[in-house]
Design a binder for this molecule. Structure first.
Ligand code: F6P
Length: 541
């Protein structure tokens, strides 16, 4: 169990409040002018990563007070409790052990309910390895003995976003298998995917921790119908793979026992890409690259567990975010990767961060009296510059940004990489410095110069990584996972349940019955009005 301490009642919080009083109107430009060594002092270099956090509204005192806060809230103990398999997801009475999924060492053990969970995790990894190799070399075949050409991953939320993001990110490591993700319950899209595929050589992964998620099961049924109606009365069991905690349910769907891979209740959906949920990753980039991804995450796990908080990437990034969220009152954060291949990272982070920390009750079940989970959003740079950066530069809101970029491109001969990265550096510099004073006089006279002025002082982190590889991607994802965890600890909330989303699922099920029977029950007047309109105009063929 995690302790329950109201952060706003701590001494460090009180000191941070007072400190904020002194910092509120301080301009970062002044801080840089006063201390030429600022960037040298405010960075962390670890493995292939460089985090420059000097472009933030902080002083060394801010950092030391934030670290005091972490210590007063016993962050170290919380980290230990997670790694040791403590029941830190108390509302669901579960341990939280996505870190165990990427522990590749042979001699470790993590004991939950008297059992070493690493044993089954290792066995599952071996099965994924063997299966992937057989699909890729064509020795595991379709019902007709053909090599599979395409894979459909059916799943939603954590059973979709993480694997899809990784496969997209590692496009330069791809095997020849075509990879398709079906998550939303949207027949028009599903049909557009199926139309392009050959059922005879399509493998279907049904990924659902619970095997009860309606969207996934209904989509899987549709795909099953597509296979059966196209291929006739043949044994199609080799076309199905299941990943779930619910083995019986997967079997009654028609997945053979030997094609079912386990999930564990100590792994939340949004932290599950490292398990068999990531089987589409192993198929898409080969098992060795999948293992390098796990190794990267494990390397970050060790850093998070062992590094001094001041040098600890996830801890520091989490504390900076708390500083803005709880003292400056900035509500959103943007993540802008300067890599088209990381285009799906913001969506994955949205589930990871907002499903985890979108909570308004503390660990005693009482309403919190401070802000919790931040809103996360983003898009790839440079494209994002031509979309929403105007608001960063001259809008009335302040949005702290994580700029993520790579020193080296995948292909050595890439000449455009330096153009991409010039934008990367130029934007955070412009956001810091702004454009003021005599600089604009020459730009078009005093009237126009008002509009051309921008004040700068906009905070950002720069995360510069040597190269986008499976390993560095694993490190990056794990960095944000641990940042999320630290924030949950600071905010005294439970980060690993998601009752809000589950309530939405129940309401949808009830409404579905009403639509079917055309019998609209008691609702607020808006919902009732909309449902009646829908039922009246819905044309059923
Ligand atoms: O959105 C709620 C949720 O439970 C997520 O946490 C999860 O990733 C998703 O639904 C899918 O759940 P499952 O893997 O059980 O189908």
């Amino acid at each position: 169990m995690l302790e329950s301490i109201n952060p706003s009642g701590t001494l460090a919080w009180k000191k941070l409040r007072e400190h904020y009083g002194q910092m509120e109107f301080v301009q970062m430009q002044e801080l840089f002018a006063k201390d030429p060594e600022r960037a040298n002092k405010m960075n962390i270099q670890w493995e292939d990563f460089l985090l420059d956090y000097s472009k933030n509204k902080i002083t060394e005192e801010t950092i030391s007070l934030l670290l005091e806060l972490a210590n007063e809230l016993n962050l170290k103990d919380a980290i230990q409790a997670m790694y040791n398999g403590g029941i830190i997801n108390a509302t669901e009475k579960r341990a939280v052990l996505h870190t165990a999924l990427r522990d590749l060492s042979d001699n470790s053990s993590v004991i939950v309910n008297g059992e070493n969970v690493l044993t089954e995790i290792q066995e599952t990894r071996e099965r994924i390895k063997a299966f992937t190799a057989k699909v890729l070399d064509g020795s595991y075949t379709s019902y007709s003995g053909k090599k599979f050409t395409d894979v459909i991953n059916v799943g939603i939320g954590g059973s979709d976003l993480g694997p899809k993001m990784v496969v997209h990110a590692l496009a330069n490591y791809r095997t020849e298998l075509g990879m398709h993700y079906i998550s939303n319950i949207d027949d028009d899209y599903l049909q557009s995917v199926l139309n392009k595929l050959n059922p005879e050589t399509t493998l279907v992964l049904i990924v659902s921790k619970t095997f009860t998620t309606q969207e996934t099961i209904e989509n899987a049924k549709k795909i099953k119908y597509w296979l059966e109606s196209s291929l006739g009365k043949v044994d199609l069991s080799s076309h199905y793979v299941g990943v779930s905690v619910a083995i019986e349910e997967a079997m009654s769907f028609g997945v053979k026992r030997e094609n079912i891979y386990p999930m564990w209740d100590f792994v939340g959906g949004r932290f599950s890409l490292w398990s068999a949920v990531g089987i589409s990753i192993a198929l898409a980039v080969g098992y060795d690259h999948f293992e390098q991804l796990l190794d990267g995450a494990h390397t970050m796990d060790k850093h998070f567990k062992e590094a001094d908080f001041k040098e600890n990437l996830p801890v520091l990034m989490a504390l900076l975010s708390v500083w803005y969220n709880n003292f400056y009152g900035y509500e959103t954060e943007a993540v802008v990767p300067y890599s088209q291949l990381l285009g799906k990272l913001p969506a994955h982070l949205q589930q990871m961060i907002m499903e985890s920390n979108g909570k308004n009750k503390d660990r005693n079940g009482n309403p919190v009296n401070y802000q919790t989970g931040t809103l996360i959003w983003g898009e790839v740079g440079v494209s994002a510059q031509h979309a929403f950066f105007q608001l960063f530069h001259q809008g009335t809101k302040v949005i702290p940004i994580d700029f993520i970029g790579f020193v080296n491109p995948h292909f050595k001969e890439s000449t455009n990489h330096d153009i991409l990265m010039s934008n990367f550096f130029g934007q955070s510099e412009a956001l810091l410095k702004g454009k003021i004073g005599e600089e604009y006089e020459s730009d078009g006279g005093p009237f126009l110069s008002n509009f051309r002025e921008f004040c700068g002082n906009k905070p950002s982190n720069t995360i510069l990584i040597n190269k986008l590889t499976p390993k560095s991607l694993g490190e990056l994802i794990a960095l944000y996972e641990h940042k999320t965890f630290v924030q949950g600890v600071i905010w005294n909330i439970y980060s690993f349940d998601q009752f809000g989303v589950e309530y939405g699922k129940i309401l949808a099920k009830n409404i579905q019955n009403e639509i079917k029977s055309k019998n609209i029950c008691e609702h607020d007047s808006s919902t009732a009005f909309l449902l009646r309109y829908f039922v009246k105009n819905r044309v059923v063929e």
